[in-house]
Design a protein around this ligand. Structure first.
Ligand code: MD6
Ligand code: FE
Length: 215
């Protein structure tokens, strides 16, 4: 066995969470530096900002987007917008490397022909979190969600179809990709507060890429 083959087999595997949802361990590892370079380009054009929830509170994560539309939140609610409200410019284009990663991950999870038009990029500092919620601002719930973890580890909360359902705690590390769709598409999910630490590439940060077909 070649060392290359061996390392692939030992760093990539698939775990099913429930019907319709998988964690692809290490799936993005072999292209992490390319992804980080693209994120830096996107952030230069559309800087991180802490959006406000409809309740009026700033989110603990900083956010930007790329693609035809970006996910936005303000006192008027959650939605997708073709423009960055900060600059009134269109969002940066979805890089080809992002598209290829999202399509390959979706296909691996059994969702062929995924064509995302939006990538939400979240930056978690220490203690930043995401409360349990459903992703339901997209038009077509037959399309999956692809979520890529980079930087510091986090605990992903995997709930049920009701907010009060007991949530599984799934540890996610740099390079892991979660895909959910089909019967799992409207599952509640969230991220527990990120624990203090230093990642070799990202320092005191976790970055999450969430791909959706919004339109
Ligand atoms: C994450 N984010 O940042 C997961 N969903 O790891 C989400 O699940 C999410 O940030 C809907 C809208 C905004 C989000
Ligand atoms: Fe979500």
């Amino acid at each position: 066995m070649t060392p290359d083959l061996f390392s692939r087999e030992s760093t990539q595997w698939c775990e099913q969470i429930c019907e319709g949802a998988v964690v692809l361990r290490g799936f993005a590892l072999d292209r992490d530096s390319l992804l980080l370079a693209e994120i830096a380009r996107i952030v230069a054009a559309a800087p991180w900002r802490k959006m406000v929830t409809p309740g009026g509170l700033p989110m603990s994560v900083a956010t930007t987007s790329c693609g035809t539309v970006g996910w936005v939140s303000d006192v008027y609610g959650y939605r997708y917008s073709p423009r960055d409200a900060r600059s009134q410019a269109q969002w940066p284009a979805l890089p080809l490397s992002f598209l290829e990663l999202a399509q390959a991950a979706a296909a691996k999870a059994g969702y062929e022909h995924f064509l995302p038009d939006s990538c939400l990029i979240n930056c978690y500092g220490i203690a930043a979190k995401m409360s349990l919620h459903q992703d339901r601002n997209e038009k077509d719930f037959t399309q999956p969600i692809v979520s890529v973890s980079l930087g510091l580890p986090a605990t992903f909360l995997w709930g049920g179809m009701q907010r009060g359902d007991k949530a599984l705690r799934i540890p996610l590390v740099h390079g892991d990709v979660v895909v959910w769709g089909g019967p799992a598409r409207l599952r509640f999910h969230g991220v527990q507060p990120v624990k203090a630490g230093v990642h070799s590439l990202l320092g005191e940060q976790r970055i999450n890429l969430t791909f959706r077909k919004a339109l």
